[in-house]
Each structure stands twice: as structure tokens, then as C-alpha cells.
Design a protein around this ligand. Structure first.
Ligand code: HEC
Length: 371
């Protein structure tokens, strides 16, 4: 078992007081600072970003489970009481398919789940539960199959270094032990070359809200560590921290998130974004509107089932509008304001009997009649 060195924040605070931070030499290695770098006040930051995540078509959050294997769920019946399976059928999308022989849907072979405490669109209460349940970061184009999946934007607070470079954890690491090394220390290829370790001799003052007890330092296996790279590594909650080379040291580049399903950003918190007002003119509204409209006693008798008939001979073909909000406005105007525009009194009489809901549904349907 590697030795865990706790970082002493009191000494850092004392150094900051005597003005040490003015004179530090920030000797950057390729990634992060080296072992002998003097104290850098505040090596970490809590960085905000908005990111897109997969949700179902009702905008309910979906999660993956680190203990699953590709195309295999390891969430048993007890587990499923808390993490209900995301069920469905193949949609023809390459990204989203059922696990072989089941109706449990998986995203790129990673089984998907709901969290029982998420009730409303945008709830993300399951994210990072026990550090093994994660929202699924949605790469561009992941929602090509709109039938099963959609995306939502969530505000995340990420653990980054002082320059806002993203830090990652690796599911294949065990508590306080890194399993990410190059093929050989001199090869320059392999895990450590792709995922450079994060190490600073002192973290400095932590951003508000971070807990010093969550951070530690482990010794890396010096026989396997990459030459010239730190032989120690900072941990967060016992998980060794890494950079990702393709992020290219750019602030808030997060290309490593979810790589192979086993690399994750370190999320300090996530918040749902305020739910966006959704259009009332849904497919369901269109269907309901159609049944009212084509009911012989209602609208179709004068307007025709396709809305193309000039009503009572008046040259006002309603199919031409094609805009649900505009139609709603006209119907409400006729219903609520008498007949300021001198419309046919027959039609005003019809409009006066319509509820708000009927107007929404009818408008949704009439808007589809435009040719
Ligand atoms: C008895 C015949 C009749 C029935 C039934 C009828 N309408 Fe009309 N509707 C008319 C006439 C006539 C006009 C033309 C009004 C004008 O331009 O003066 C009209 C116009 C409209 C307009 C256009 C208003 C505008 O400002 O251009 C809409 C929208 C409309 N009807 C919707 C409906 C809906 C929805 C129903 C069923 C709930 C319905 N109508 C039922 C006769 C009817």
C-alpha cells in the first residue's frame, strides 16, 4: 500500500502570509509542476462549464455505472430498485442499442439507467453517487436517433488546476493506487504518456467549498513511472488525478471525458439548468386538435378536413397560416375580444365555445395543414 501524505494547509497559509508567493518559480513540466517547485498558492480551481448530457425524450437524466462491462449490466435486482433500467428497442442508431437478448438500452455498449430520485427534467441527483454513477456526456451527433435519446445542458463545477486545465480520474485505479503506466518507463507510449499525472508539492489555498481532507498524495511505482515525470501524484478522495494529453494544456478543454467509458472529469457539483419553456404544440396536441377539427359538427364542416375550403364561401382559407402561435392568437382574439376585425359572426360564435386547451390543440393541428 502506498503511503498517503496529507497536505498541510496551515503551513501554506503561513507561507502566503510572509509573501512567499511573490517569488516562486513556476517550473512547469509538460503538465503540472514538478516535485521541487516552491509553493504555488492555489494549485487548484473550481471551474464552471456548461455541458450537454444524454437524457431520454422526456428530458429525464440517464446514467452509466462504472461497475458494468461493455454490453453487460452488473446492476442486480436490488440495485435496479434505485437505478431503474432504461428500456426500449433498437432504433437503428449505431450509438444506442439494446444489450444482446434484452430490452435494456445501452449507449455505445454502456448500459443506461435512471435514478429513482430524479423526478423532473433536468434533475441530476444521481450524478457521481458513490463516485461510480455518471451522467453520460453527449458528444456532438450522439442524438441522431431522436426516438430514444435527447440532450440537456447542465452546469458543472469541475476540479481543474490553477490554469483551468481539466483533471481526470481513472476507473481502473484502486483506492490510492494508480494503474496508469507506460508500457516501459522509457517507451514514451502507453497510459502515462496519454494521461500525465498531476502532481504539485503543495496545493496551496483551496478554493472555497473544497475540503482539504479530500486531497492526498501517493507515491507512484518508481520502477514503472515514466522517466522525467513526477513519482508522486495528487489524489482526490483517494483517486489519483491526471491530465489528458490531447487537451493540449488548453483551459477547460475536456476531450478526455468519458474516454473508453473509464476516464471521467472530477465533478465537484452539478446543477440543473432552469428548464426551458417547451412549446405546447406537441405531436400529442396535433393529434388531439385533429380529432376536434374533423369532428363533423366542429370545424371541418365549414373549413374542409384539410382546411383548404373557403368557409361559407368567404375567401379565408385557414390552411395558409402554417403558424400555430399565430392561429392561437387569432382564435383567442375572436373568442375574447368579440369581433373587432369584423370577422364572420358565425366563426366568432364557434370560437367563443373553445377552451384554452382546445385552442392550443386546434392551432397545433391547423398549422400542419399548410401546403
Ligand atoms: C359554420 C362554419 C364554421 C365552422 C363550423 C368553423 N368555422 Fe372557422 N371560419 C368560418 C368563417 C366563415 C371564417 C372566415 C371569417 C372571416 O374571414 O370573416 C372562419 C375563419 C376561421 C379562422 C381564421 C380567422 C382569421 O382571423 O383569419 C380560423 C383560425 C378558424 N376559422 C378556425 C376554426 C376552427 C378551429 C373551427 C372549429 C373549432 C372552426 N373554425 C369552425 C366558419 C366556420
Amino acid at each position: 500500500m502506498n503511503k498517503l501524505t496529507q497536505i498541510t494547509l496551515a503551513s501554506i497559509a503561513a507561507l502566503a502570509l510572509i509573501g512567499c508567493s511573490d517569488s516562486y518559480s513556476d517550473k512547469d513540466t509538460a503538465y503540472g509542476t514538478t516535485v521541487d517547485t516552491p509553493v504555488v498558492a492555489g494549485a487548484l480551481k473550481a471551474s464552471n462549464r456548461n455541458a450537454k448530457f444524454l437524457v431520454d425524450t422526456d428530458a429525464i437524466s440517464l446514467y452509466t455505472f462504472d461497475k458494468d462491462m461493455l454490453n453487460t449490466s452488473n446492476c442486480d435486482a436490488e440495485c435496479q430498485k434505485i437505478w431503474p433500467l432504461f428500456l426500449g428497442a433498437d432504433t437503428g442508431s449505431e450509438d444506442i442499442k439494446v444489450l444482446p437478448g434484452t430490452d435494456h438500452l445501452a449507449y455505445r455498449k454502456h448500459p443506461l439507467y435512471y435514478f429513482v430520485k430524479d423526478k423532473a427534467p433536468g434533475d441530476v441527483l444521481g450524478n457521481n453517487v458513490k463516485e461510480v454513477w455518471h451522467l453520460v456526456h453527449a458528444p456532438i451527433g450522439s442524438t441522431d436517433s431522436q426516438t430514444a435519446l435527447s440532450e440537456t445542458t447542465i452546469k458543472q463545477i469541475l476540479l481543474t488546476d490553477k490554469d483551468q486545465r481539466a483533471l481526470y480520474v481513472f476507473d481502473k485505479d484502486t483506492q490510492n493506487v494508480s494503474n496508469c503506466y507506460d508500457t516501459t518507463p522509457t517507451s514514451g507510449t502507453g497510459c502515462e504518456s496519454i494521461w500525465p499525472v498531476f502532481y504539485v508539492s503543495d496545493l496551496g489555498a483551496l478554493p472555497a467549498g473544497m475540503n482539504a481532507d479530500d486531497f492526498g498524495v501517493i507515491d507512484r511505482d518508481s520502477t514503472r513511472a515514466k522517466e522525467g515525470e513526477p513519482t508522486k501524484q495528487v489524489t482526490y478522495k483517494g483517486k489519483p488525478l491526471y491530465y489528458f494529453s490531447p487537451d493540449n494544456k488548453e483551459a477547460l478543454s475536456t476531450k478526455g471525458d468519458w474516454v473508453k467509458g473509464v476516464w471521467h472529469l472530477v465533478e465537484l457539483a452539478s446543477e440543473k439548468t432552469p428548464s426551458q419553456p417547451t412549446s405546447p404544440y406537441t405531436a400529442e396536441a396535433v393529434a388531439k386538435g385533429k380529432s376536434i377539427f374533423t369532428d363533423p359538427a366542429k370545424c371541418a364542416s365549414c373549413h374542409g378536413a384539410d382546411g383548404q375550403t373557403p368557409p361559407l364561401g368567404i375567401d379565408n382559407v385557414i390552411a395558409r397560416y402554417g403558424d400555430a402561435a399565430l392561429i392561437t392568437q387569432k382564435l383567442k382574439d375572436m373568442r375574447d375580444n368579440g369581433n373587432p376585425q369584423g370577422r364572420s359572426d358565425v366563426m366568432v360564435g364557434v370560437a367563443e365555445k373553445l377552451s384554452d386547451e382546445a385552442i392550443i390543440n386546434l392551432s397545433a393541428f391547423i398549422a400542419t395543414l399548410k401546403k
